[in-house]
Design a binder for this molecule. Structure first.
Ligand SMILES: Cc1cc2nc3c(=O)[nH]c(=O)nc-3n(C[C@H](O)[C@H](O)[C@H](O)COP(=O)(O)O)c2cc1C
Ligand code: SF4
Length: 410
């Protein structure tokens, strides 16, 4: 039985004059180290996809010297199937703003940016108003809540490419450069925006951080499992009865219950063929694999990853070939082209997917795909290249009878 949790979701939080900013007020009474201790104790992992511990990131940024540091809220949300950040930006922007301010206070930043996906016209409008109202209320600006903390927040409209969600591409984009990934190191924490120490955090991570400071790390660690603390916003989409954003406590349920109970199961006269559990860059899970616990470790044990929380259900009416071709086209279009194997490799993958034989492929093609995948991920500067073949690879592995003719003759 799945129960929805209400930690990040809830009634709209849109009017600055009606919101108490309790988490921020608490944070302003703590030293930066105190805020960071609380976030570290909570076990919060970044919700942008990579799952890096938020408290550790803030601690490393605080340790950096230099007069100027930046905090950036990553609201690019370009991962297909992901729309949870949109919910937070539209319905609870003050919680996101509070998280940005707490992070800034913790790392010693007086300036920050929120980078919102270019197509998100409504969230951009809402967040612009949130900033204006917060400035009027004195929640942004100088001496916030009578403290010595000053903070300026600027909204930047995203450049319209998937790769701009990658933190270093995003930093380039804010600087007015082309949105392509940077070579790391240096990491943004060392030399990010305008070469200054910069923390980039996802919208949901920041909203969760605000709630952790507000309710205390002990409350948060009481939710979830040892490796997956707290709750997660999930986005259900695809061939499912009740698509939408839901919040679940980690470890409290299985992927199957999420799909059948929260999501209402497959569409009428259809059944699920497979599930993509964490966005387009994660491996597919078959219907037999859905009894895994919904947690970082549970999905990993099943052979995939939780990614950004985008659960896409694919019904029987779809041909595997159609899915492969769409995914191949997506990565070919979205590679930024900086790393040669990613640019040419994704083009070649798209070519192979188009060159099928009645929806099937020779084993030789599958072997070539595997070689290309190795070359791309070995040379990739960013996660796009490292994962562009994850879904396709899992489909060949899990549905060989549907996709592979066998033999080597072409
Ligand atoms: C191609 C690509 C796209 C990404 N898109 C997003 C995105 O839309 N939103 C996001 O928060 N992180 C995205 N990321 C991850 C960010 O680089 C970064 O890890 C994240 O914003 C850090 O925040 P967190 O620690 O709070 O998760 C993307 C990464 C890659 C490689
Ligand atoms: S891996 Fe691909 S998307 Fe990432 S920087 Fe290299 S070329 Fe660009």
């Amino acid at each position: 039985m799945v129960t929805e949790h209400k930690l990040l979701m809830g009634p709209p939080l849109l009017k600055a004059e009606e919101y108490d900013f309790k988490g921020l007020q608490k944070a302003l009474k703590l030293r930066p180290e105190g805020i960071i201790d609380e976030i570290k104790k909570s076990g919060l992992k970044g919700r942008g996809g990579a799952g890096f511990p938020t408290g550790v990131k803030w601690e490393l940024a605080l340790a950096e010297t230099g007069e100027k540091k930046y905090i950036i809220c990553n609201a690019d949300e370009g991962e297909p199937g992901t729309f949870k950040d949109r919910y937070l930006l539209e319905e609870r922007p003050l919680k996101v703003l509070e998280g940005i301010l707490i992070a800034a206070r913790a790392i010693g930043a007086n300036e920050g940016f929120i980078y919102i996906r270019g197509e998100y016209t409504e969230p951009i409008k809402i967040f612009k108003k949130t900033i204006e109202e917060a400035e009027k209320q004195g929640v942004l600006g100088d001496n916030i809540f009578g403290s010595d903390f000053n903070f300026k927040l600027t909204l930047v409209r995203g450049g319209g490419a998937y790769v701009c969600g990658d933190e270093t591409s995003l930093i380039n984009s804010i600087e007015g450069k082309r949105g392509i990934s940077r070579i790391k190191p240096p990491y943004p924490i060392q030399a990010g925006l305008f070469d200054r120490p910069t923390v980039v955090n996802n919208v949901e991570s920041l909203a969760a951080a605000a709630e952790i400071i507000n309710q205390g790390a002990d409350y948060y660690t009481g939710l979830g499992t040892k490796n997956s603390r707290g709750t997660k916003l999930i986005c259900l989409s695809g061939d499912i009865e009740k698509p939408g954003v839901y919040e679940v406590e980690f470890g409290s349920t299985t992927l199957r219950d999420i799909l059948y109970e929260l999501g209402g199961g497959p569409l009428k006269d259809d059944s699920f063929k497979f599930i993509i559990p964490g966005g387009l860059s994660t491996a597919a899970l078959t219907i037999e694999e859905l009894d895994c616990q919904y947690s970082y470790e549970g999905i990993e044990a099943a052979g995939s990853s939780l990614g950004s929380g985008a659960i896409i259900a694919i019904g029987q009416k779809h041909q595997l070939l159609e899915i492969l071709q769409r995914v191949g086209r997506f990565y070919m279009d979205e590679t930024c082209g900086t790393c040669f194997p990613c640019r040419e490799g994704n083009r070649h993958i798209d070519y192979i997917f188009k060159k099928h034989h009645n929806g099937k492929f020779y084993q030789e093609d599958v072997d070539i795909l595997a070689d290309i995948g190795k070359a791309i991920s070995g040379a990739a500067r960013c996660g796009l290249g490292q994962t562009s073949l994850s879904l396709a690879r899992s489909l060949f592995y899990k549905f060989p009878e549907e996709l592979i003719i066998g033999g080597g003759q072409r």
